[in-house]
Design a protein around this ligand. Structure first.
Ligand SMILES: [Zn+2]
Length: 353
């Protein structure tokens, strides 16, 4: 059996937020180019699969109909800004965003049917900043949240993990699942004080959701050492105890040191180790049911490389990476360790860590 489905369609090139916008089609072109190299060298155990367009009903699993209609209307009128900052749409963006949701759902359905062991949805626009009624941070519809809601509402799953490794806090995803225990949201991200303004360690969920929201807000310029320590000491034990039935990853790569938007300092080999850890955790808890959905990553050249690395880890194929392990500066390390301690103190109330 081919192990991994890579969901992709050229339709994703057709969302155009503007020439100088960091979230451009160049990102996916670079990924496809990098994957073609792996294909030529037979270093793969994955197959491309085309997505289907999601229905409005699918999108309504998370978003309000008024908001969905608004996105459609702005695109139909020629495009423009959807928020007060930098989330821009072009005439075709609504359709492309429906395909992005469709890509995430296709990935989930293929894994549920055991057609593939796992899947990676190479979609754009990204999704994790979008909330029920609001576009934000280049995101229109929250692809990963819709996939999680599908698992809960249509397949009766009781425990879904969303692990967010994008450099930024997934404010939309957190808000959507803040009051439920059916989704455990864990995010490792840069200090969210500037953007998006949420993602602090004390945000732990509310009501039934209390204890099912875990934020690890790392200092700017955090490198591999502190990031991997947080993954080992916080993520690993909490996921093992939650024992998810399905694992979804908000797979952003803008924490790479070269990224023009993110403010972390991670190497390619850090992404390899993180995805190896995710695969290992998923095989122990969720019968290997793993779906990764592309979020950020804005240095196109390195994005291609990092996706190929993540895919190799998921796919179980060896990947020759020669990137230097990056260490945080002394002051960043000290502040990062303080954050890990703070998260541990807060989450100790809910988990044995
Ligand atoms: Zn990001």
């Amino acid at each position: 059996m081919t192990k991994t489905a890579v969901i992709f369609s050229p339709v994703y090139y057709r969302h155009n937020p503007g020439k100088s916008h960091p979230e451009s089609a160049r990102r996916l072109h670079a990924i496809v180019k990098e994957l073609a190299k792996k294909e030529a060298a037979a270093q793969k155990n994955w197959n491309f699969v085309k997505p289907e367009m999601a229905s409005v009903e699918d999108v309504e699993l998370v978003h309000g109909i008024e908001y969905i209609k608004l996105v459609e209307a702005v695109c139909r009128s020629g495009g423009g800004l959807l928020d007060l900052e930098d989330t821009v749409v072009s005439p075709e963006s609504y359709k492309v965003a429906l395909y992005a949701v469709g890509g995430a759902l296709k990935a989930v359905k293929l894994v549920l049917k055991c057609d593939f062991q796992n899947a990676f949805a190479l979609v754009r626009p990204p999704g994790h900043h979008a909330s029920k009624y609001r576009a934000c941070g280049f995101c229109l519809f929250n692809n990963v949240a819709i996939a999680a809601k599908y698992l809960i509402q249509k397949c009766d799953f009781k425990r879904v993990l969303i692990l967010d490794v994008d450099a930024h806090h997934g404010n939309g995803t957190q808000e959507i699942f803040y009051e439920t225990s059916k989704v455990l949201y864990i995010s490792l991200h840069e200090d969210p004080y500037g953007f998006p303004g949420t993602g602090f360690a004390g945000e732990v969920g509310e009501g039934e959701g209390e204890g099912y929201n875990v934020n690890v807000p790392l200092p700017f310029m955090t490198a591999d050492d502190v990031y991997l320590r947080a993954a080992k000491e916080i993520v690993e034990p909490i996921v093992a105890q939650y024992d998810p039935q399905f694992v979804l990853v908000s797979a952003g790569f803008d924490g790479h040191f070269s990224d023009p938007v993110g403010n972390l300092s991670l190497s390619e080999s850090c992404y390899q180790k993180v995805f190896e850890l995710i695969v290992n955790l998923t095989s122990k808890t969720a019968c290997g049911r793993l779906v990764s959905i592309l979020e950020g990553g804005y240095n196109a050249r390195f994005l291609g490389k990092n996706v190929a690395i993540a895919l190799a880890a998921i796919d179980g194929v060896s990947c020759n990476i020669h990137s230097k392990f990056r260490k945080s500066s002394r002051s960043v390390k000290k502040r990062g360790e303080k954050v890990i301690e703070e998260v541990r103190k807060i989450q100790k109330k809910y988990w044995a860590i």
